[in-house]
Write a protein that binds this ligand. Structure first.
Ligand code: GP9
Ligand code: MN
Length: 688
């Protein structure tokens, strides 16, 4: 009897369990059946963001981290929840509008990343006026299939909608839906996911989120949508920030400079006093190109000659952020770093800067800048005034014709030749002058190869046949590749430099002049472009296999180190003197002002860099994204990992100290610009 009772009980329990399971399955099925549009919206939105991370950051670890996927799901669910407030037939318009908006965010960031290796910021919106000018460069160099693929997201939504409409789906679900209840339930689901997301955040995640400069890290942890929303807040923050928080910034600024003393002298102090200065801003000129030759011909013979005769800094880094050319001008002239948000040239041209032109002006120099592009590009018209140039010769001061133009505008050869005439006049009228010439031709996408002149980037070999006859064999190598075109373009720019030096000499303009050349930033080519250069398999005209013993890995560190740019100080009579030397200690653009300042006899207490001849091997170069490099290592702050550059041991403490130093320096630099801390009048006002 007892046994029968037990069996009945077990049977009952089983039936209840089964019914519950069926009910649950039915509910889930029902949910999927009646929420198709919402689910499609969430899935397509999350997919777009994931695809973006995949295309942009597959070289970084964790680029497909579940945290970012969860963050995107939260955003999509929360937005989607409000769709339930509408009648089913109206929901499609709501979801499609948001889908298009969010897809556009992904697409813009995709293009932006290719161009700047960073994510977009609305603070750059004011720069869209320049897009017209570099339009071709963007289309030719940037817009690729990977940027267009996002269009599939709204298309998928439209497709699903049309299918549902055909099946009369909206009418059917109208009867079943309690709109408010569904909104609340969906929002609660988003809320629960948000709690899970928040409790899994580390303190590093939180601090980086608020700082917003480590954009890749934020996109990797928080997804693109939260990144972009945060960007909107941080982009309007400079305006708000400069209204509040002044006291704290001022305090930190004062602390930072407490122990900075007066100028230290060394064997180079005043060696160039009263000499004229001609600075060449060499567009996209990279140090690696200087060691590159094809068929025995150097890519940059003229630059190499100047480097050999003058002072050549072979481990020199540009420290640009999204402001590229303009950032390098800023750091070169002021020894400050680019701003964390927006660009100093565009957003902060009204601030007070202590700059090389200004300090030389105090010594009686006439200062000028020359660039044959539109004066408003990078807001130079305003910013060159702020930097202390007496005169800015821009496009309207040059004869620019179609025949004399290459790429973005007037060709470098033509620019230099017209500039020499202007310089002759300046030299007559002023005892001492300081001038900057900004080159333009060697600018991405390096595609007008027919205008650069002959420079084959192939491999030619003479082969002796068995019968003793010889023939020439040609392997295409870098011909037809973007990097190959870059070498052709740089060879042109180098030749223009050679002509400039000859032209200046012919006019006697080199007799009392120091020529300073800096590469403004790297060529902004993808890492994979270097693979063929270093791993060419000429027999098969392809790239060596990764397992080939000859294969040379070009990892993200080598890529970063490979972004070095040349820095050269040269005078006509420097050859074979003690000044004729290669300086191998790492050096950054922010070290230029203190280094040449010592040579010309001026000093800026607020410089963030150092005179390389005082700091020597102890130097550290900080990058705007928080990475830094010393003689000993390259440290990547997003990966929290490093590449050793010497045999010397590296301690944890050293890494922590350098990272703290880098963060402090970036904070102080940003505060100086945002709060206008070098503006004495403003500081006086604050004191009163
Ligand atoms: C534009 C030129 C190029 O005038 O300086 O700027 P970039 O694109 O290199 O920042
Ligand atoms: Mn540039």
């Amino acid at each position: 009897m007892k046994r029968i009772k037990n069996s009945i009980n077990t049977l009952k329990k089983n039936i209840i369990r089964k019914t519950k399971k069926i009910k649950k399955e039915h509910l889930i099925r029902e949910y999927f059946k009646t929420n198709i549009l919402f689910i499609t919206f969430v899935v397509t939105t999350v997919l777009s963001s994931t695809v973006l991370r995949f295309f942009c950051m597959h070289s970084l670890e964790n680029y497909l981290s579940w945290k970012a996927i969860l963050a995107d799901t939260i955003i999509a669910t929360a937005i989607g929840a409000f769709g339930y407030l509408l009648k089913p037939k109206n929901r499609f318009t709501y979801y499609l509008s948001f889908n298009i908006f969010l897809t556009a965010i992904c697409m813009i960031n995709s293009v932006y990343y290719t161009f700047y290796t960073s994510f977009a910021s609305i603070s750059m919106l004011s720069l869209t006026q320049y897009i017209g000018d570099v339009g071709d460069a963007v289309v030719e160099n940037v817009l690729q299939l990977k940027d267009i693929v996002y269009v599939l997201s709204p298309l998928a939504l439209i497709f699903v909608h049309l299918k549902l409409k055909k099946k009369n789906y909206y009418k059917k679900i109208e009867l079943k839906s309690d709109r408010k209840k569904k909104t609340v339930k969906t929002l609660s689901a988003a809320g629960i996911m948000l709690v899970i997301f928040l409790v899994t955040l580390s303190s590093l995640d939180v601090s980086r989120f608020f700082k917003q400069w480590n954009k890749e890290y934020i996109v990797m942890r928080f997804g693109i949508y939260i990144y972009q929303a945060n960007d909107v807040v941080t982009s309007i923050q400079p305006k708000i920030n400069s209204m509040f928080g002044f006291d704290k910034a001022k305090r930190e600024f004062t602390d930072y400079y407490t122990n900075v003393g007066e100028m230290e002298t060394n064997e180079y102090t005043n060696i160039f006093a009263n000499k004229n200065v001609l600075v060449i801003h060499a567009e996209s000129m990279m140090s690696n190109a200087m060691t590159q030759s094809f068929n025995g011909e150097e890519a940059t013979p003229n630059l190499n000659k100047l480097a050999k005769e003058g002072m050549f800094f072979s481990n020199f880094y540009s420290q640009v952020s999204v402001g590229t050319s303009s950032d390098s001008e800023l750091t070169y002239n002021t020894s400050l770093m680019p701003t964390k948000s927006g660009t100093a040239f565009v957003s902060y041209s009204d601030r007070e800067y202590i700059s090389t032109p200004k300090l030389l002006k105090e010594k009686g120099y006439y200062t000028f800048s020359m660039h044959a592009n539109n004066a408003d590009f990078w807001n130079r018209r305003a910013m060159h005034k702020s930097l202390g140039y007496d005169r800015f010769y821009s496009k309207t001061d040059y004869k620019v014709t179609k025949e004399t133009s290459i790429g973005l505008g007037l060709s470098d050869k033509e620019f230099f030749s017209q500039s020499i005439k202007k310089l002759k006049k300046i030299n007559k009228e002023h005892t001492n002058w300081y001038g900057l010439m900004i080159m333009l031709t060697n600018h991405t996408p390096f595609s007008e190869t027919d205008k650069y002149g002959e420079f084959p980037v192939d491999i030619k070999e003479t082969i002796t046949n068995e019968d003793g006859t010889t023939e020439e064999k040609v392997y295409p190598y870098m011909e037809g590749t973007k990097l190959g075109n870059y070498f052709k373009s740089i060879h042109y720019a180098d030749s223009a430099l050679g002509d400039l030096i000859t032209g200046l000499d012919a006019e006697g303009l080199l007799d009392n002049t120091v020529v300073i050349i800096y590469g403004d930033h790297d060529a902004r080519l993808a890492r994979k472009d270097y693979n063929r250069l270093y791993n060419y398999d000429k027999e098969n005209d392809s790239v060596l296999d990764e397992d080939d013993p000859e294969y040379k890995e070009y990892d993200s560190y080598q890529y970063e180190i490979g972004r070095r740019v040349p820095f050269i100080i040269w005078t006509k009579d420097m050859k074979d003197t003690k000044l004729n030397q290669e300086v191998t200690n790492v050096m950054g653009m922010y070290d230029v002002m203190p280094t040449i300042g010592n040579m010309f006899g001026f000093y800026n207490k607020y410089a963030l860099g150092h005179d390389i001849f005082n700091i020597k091997e102890n130097n550290i170069v900080v990058f705007p994204n928080g990475n830094w490099v010393t003689n000993k290592m390259y440290y990547n702050s997003q990966k929290a990992a490093y590449l050793p550059l010497s045999e010397e041991p590296i301690s944890e403490e050293e890494i922590t100290n350098n990272t703290e130093y880098a963060n402090k320096l970036l904070d102080v630099s940003n505060d100086i610009i945002v709060f206008d801390l070098l503006n004495e009048d403003k500081n006086k006002e604050e004191k009163e």
